[in-house]
Design a protein around this ligand. Sequence first.
Ligand SMILES: Nc1nc2c(c(=O)[nH]1)N[C@H]1C(S)=C(S)[C@@H](COP(=O)(O)O)O[C@H]1N2
Ligand SMILES: [Mo]
Length: 377
Amino acid sequence: MTQSKLKTAVPVADIDPAFAGKDRRVVVIGEQPLVAETLPEALDDDTTPSDKFFIRNNGKSLAAADDPLRWTLSIDGEVNNALALSLGDIKEKFRHVTQRMVLECGGNGRAYFSPEAEGVQWHHGGAGCAEWTGVRLRDVLRAAGLRETARFTGHFGADPALDAAHPSPPISRGIPIAKAMDENTLIVFAMNGKDLQPVHGFPLRLIVPGWVGSVSHKWLTRILIRKDRHDGTLMDPWHYRVPATRTMHGDKFDPTKFVDLEAMPVRSIITSPEDGATAGRALSIRGAAWAGDQAVRLVEISKDKGVSWQRAELAPPKNAYDWTRFTAQVSFAASGAQEIWSRATDATGKVQPNEAQGWNPQGYGANPVHRIRIFVN
Ligand SMILES: Nc1nc2c(c(=O)[nH]1)N[C@H]1C(S)=C(S)[C@@H](COP(=O)(O)O)O[C@H]1N2
Ligand SMILES: [Mo]
């Protein structure tokens, strides 16, 4: 499905009354489990409103969380004092932090691989940047007292399996302890100043910014601290793992040699004008760029399909892991169909390729330049 076809995909608001509040530009790309991405033009706000935020479920949504007053988050395993915290404990005992941070699905961009890779066909809209409020995971882990043997987390949530007849265990992923102890890794209870919406993990979720979204566990009930890498569902050799060297279609793939996909690669999107728009000869471009654990160093715009590039103006991010909003002025000498491309470069010099590189069977890491078509009159 091309980006223009995506525009005619079914709005998530139309498939379930629970999503009636979602913007109509959040569209379904997978129904069982439910996956919906945001059209780039709906990511034009500096802070992504909750009703424009993408959805990625692996099982069922926890539709109505049980009584949140009875919610418990357990911390156990390689700790000196196992904890069982209520929502009230979390809110009262630890310092609150609010940060605007990008959450991005590990498969974002997959639709740009050719031939088609395995998995949900995301374009560029499996990402959003909301204000998250919660407590630092490291404050909670310190309260539990990490043992010297603590190496890795394992996350567990309350979402039911998709199919009661063939219950596969729900997603359970984890991260190395260093990322868990990073000051930006949060246990959050609010999104954009309000309680988390049910589909986004009410009452508690992790936000592990910059990394594959699958480690930002929703409906969080337990964090198991482990001596070794976690072996929960979707920690198998194929999922969220990539070849250590650059591969292409036709190569022989041995997933036992893959490495975990952790930080997401650099990406930019044009959020205004929208793909397919009609515009005058001089126009303003707006967009956003982000780059996993890295800052964005540069964003460039091309109006001649990548032959030449002009620099966009960057607005300073609010805090670590915020996205970088950009603007540019572009003018065309003649009317007609035109393309505008955006590409970002991260602080280490990595730049978005014109075409997705590094084909791999599960389709991770596709971050080609973003292209829109416009009609100049
Ligand atoms: N419990 C639970 N947590 C989960 C998931 C899930 O299916 N169940 N999906 C993960 C994936 S793959 C992503 S990309 C993000 C998506 O978060 P969102 O639906 O709030 O956008 O949640 C992650 N956390
Ligand atoms: Mo994801």
